[in-house]
Design a binder for this molecule. Structure first.
Ligand code: AMP
Length: 590
């Protein structure tokens, strides 16, 4: 095993490494640092976040640049503002003994003139997000024509976020003979194309296998009905009292909704998504870093660049649209040598996606049971018992000991323990004692999800394939106009000129009321209760109002792409399951 000294790093850097407490190089550092120090080469490194990759490119860059010159020699591009700031901070720490070093962060959402001023003072290294960098180049606020080293960090994320053109544009302002070091967690075609088009015979380094997640992370999935997703989430949190987690949702709306519900139910939760202002996001991230938030509910985009080392769990409340994104999500845990768990809550129709993810990450998921109420009570009780056992005695209590002893004069130790723990235990016990089993079996028969048709209403709607819909886009459309959650519309079946969908019975009134007079692009959209129960049965629908009329209306319909937003607002439902939530015990702050 090499030491940092063996890798060829100079005294200034070794001194900083000692201060940082790094005892040995990580795998990516061991592989990348000697290559970058000893040759002028391009490099493609496949490495997850949390593997120490910032130091893997940061140390060589710091050692190779000339700090006596004020010329910008190193450019690091990163996908998000958060990551940009983190890299800047790390590089400053690594270079703290490099006298004269100036590292400047360039990112959107902050004063461009202030950033330009800092650059002008002489920045040997610029760490930037692509959008702001391009902006500053076009305004002649930076000069990157003498760059010797450029880094594309989290290249796959930058491409995912649509920065390809910006990156191409930025690189066109840099010298041809510079070295480019590309770091990416995954290697989709687009990243391979960048390596091919912009790099010259790059050396390749792989930490783990291509696209594979960190070996420190174990993967679990939990199978439940879609409508029980939220309850399952709470069980998973309750079964892990010291959880410090990122909970991923697919949309901003679901992210906000889940976070709000968790807060309402007494969890230390917060939301992180693109509809929040930068200031709000900074506050949430600060609270998360300080452990005031135990469950950070986030969208994939907003969570990019979350660089917190001690996340114990990643919870996939919903699977991502692109399964490759799963690698990024799970990479938020198991960082800096720690272990982590990535949990996925899925309904039956998503089981096949687990198989696809397994192929991508080259690891097996373990199917786990959602804990039942009594298991959670036991975990909570033992967690409290351990906390009590490990608590240091506060001797200010000594003054009151006499009175307390008097009160418990007649109690035995056993009685006292029982009473003491009942205070906490009863709250959980009352809540969980009649809690239903949330698990469902993989083999039971179901298509879209498990809702029993007797609790649900099937509707007919006079739009279909001819209007440009498939089941997914119609589901999205209905969810949006009715302001419903992801799982509230199901069994969507799209025919040529009409379609069917289901909701739970309790939403029937709301759905029908909404469509009583709903005009869309000049045409009435008609929704009626159908007799077709869905799932491949007969096609008998309620024709009380006449099918012909529906077809007439359809002819004017412009399709989903022309739609304007609806003003029909109504509060989203509280499900039966949610009523159960109301009596849940409040959690105490960590
Ligand atoms: P990164 O993958 O660069 O985001 O690094 C993840 C975390 O690991 C950061 O907090 C680094 O400070 C830390 N780190 C980097 N290299 C080492 C090392 N060799 N030993 C211990 N921690 C490290």
């Amino acid at each position: 095993m090499n030491t940092f000294h063996d890798l060829g790093l100079n005294e200034d850097l070794l001194h900083a490494i000692t201060d940082l407490g790094f005892t040995k190089p990580s795998e990516v550092q061991e592989k990348a640092i000697p290559v970058l120090l000893n040759s002028e080469t391009d490099l493609v490194a496949l490495a997850q976040t949390g593997t120490g990759k910032t130091a893997a490119f940061g140390f060589p860059m710091l050692q190779k640049i000339n700090v006596d010159s004020r010329t910008t020699q190193g450019l690091i591009l990163s996908p998000t503002r958060e990551l940009c700031l983190q890299i800047t901070n790390e590089i400053k720490l690594y270079g703290k003994y490099c006298k004269g070093l100036n590292v400047v962060a360039i990112y959107g959402g902050a004063s461009i003139t202030e950033q330009a001023r800092e650059v002008k003072r002489g920045a040997q290294i610029i760490v930037a997000t692509p959008g702001r960098m391009k902006d500053m180049i076009s305004r002649n606020m930076v000069d990157i024509t003498k760059i010797e080293y450029s880094v594309l960090d989290e290249a796959d994320e930058m491409l995912n976020m649509g920065f390809k053109e910006d990156i191409t544009d930025i690189l066109s302002h840099t010298p041809k003979d510079k070295n480019t070091w590309l770091f990416s967690a995954t290697m989709p075609k687009e990243v391979a194309a960048i390596a091919k088009n912009f790099m010259h015979k790059p050396q390749e380094i792989t930490v783990g296998t291509k696209n594979e997640g960190s070996s420190q992370v174990s993967h679990e999935y939990y199978l439940t009905n879609s409508r029980d997703r939220y309850l399952a989430l709470k069980r998973l949190a309750d079964a892990n009292p010291d959880i410090f987690s990122v909970v991923f949702c697919r949309t901003k709306r679901d992210t906000q909704k889940v976070a709000e519900k968790l807060i309402e139910d007494g969890y230390n939760a917060g939301a992180l998504h693109g509809d929040l202002s930068q200031n709000q996001r900074d506050l949430v991230m600060k609270a998360f870093r300080n452990n005031q938030i135990q469950m950070l509910v986030a969208t994939d985009v907003a969570a990019r660049g979350i660089d917190v080392d001690d996340i114990t769990h990643v919870i996939n409340y919903q699977l991502p649209d692109e399964i490759e994104t799963y690698t990024h999500r799970s990479g938020r845990t198991g960082r800096a040598g720690k272990t982590g768990v990535s949990m996925v809550i899925i309904s039956k129709s998503e089981v096949r996606k687990i198989k696809s993810i397994e192929r991508i990450i080259n690891k097996q998921f373990v199917k786990k049971e959602i804990p039942n109420g009594m298991e959670i009570c036991e975990v909570q009780l033992m967690s409290l018992a351990n906390k009590v056992h490990n608590t240091e005695v506060n001797h200010d209590i000594d003054n009151y000991l006499g009175k307390i002893n008097e009160l418990f004069e007649d109690s035995t130790k056993d009685e006292l323990i029982k009473k003491f723990f009942s205070v906490e235990f009863s709250r959980f016990h009352n809540y969980y004692q009649k809690a239903p089993d949330l698990n469902i079996s993989e083999s039971s028969k179901s298509n879209d999800d498990d809702r029993s048709t007797s609790n649900t209403t099937r509707y007919f709607i006079n739009v279909g394939k001819k209007d440009g819909y498939d089941w997914m886009s119609l589901k999205d459309f209905l969810k949006e106009i009715l302001e419903l959650g992801r799982d509230d519309v199901f069994k969507v079946e799209v025919k040529d000129s009409f379609s069917f969908f289901n909701t739970e019975n309790e939403m029937k009134e709301k759905v029908l009321a909404f469509f009583t007079d709903f005009k869309y692009n000049g045409r009435y959209v008609n929704v009626e209760v159908s007799e077709n129960r869905g799932g491949g049965g007969g096609r008998k629908r309620d024709r009380r109002r006449g099918g012909g009329q529906r077809d007439d209306r359809r002819s004017n319909f412009k399709g989903k792409n022309d739609r304007k937003s609806s003003s029909g607002k109504s509060k989203s439902r509280r499900s039966k399951s949610d009523d159960f939530v109301a009596s849940r015990p409040r959690r105490s702050r960590r």
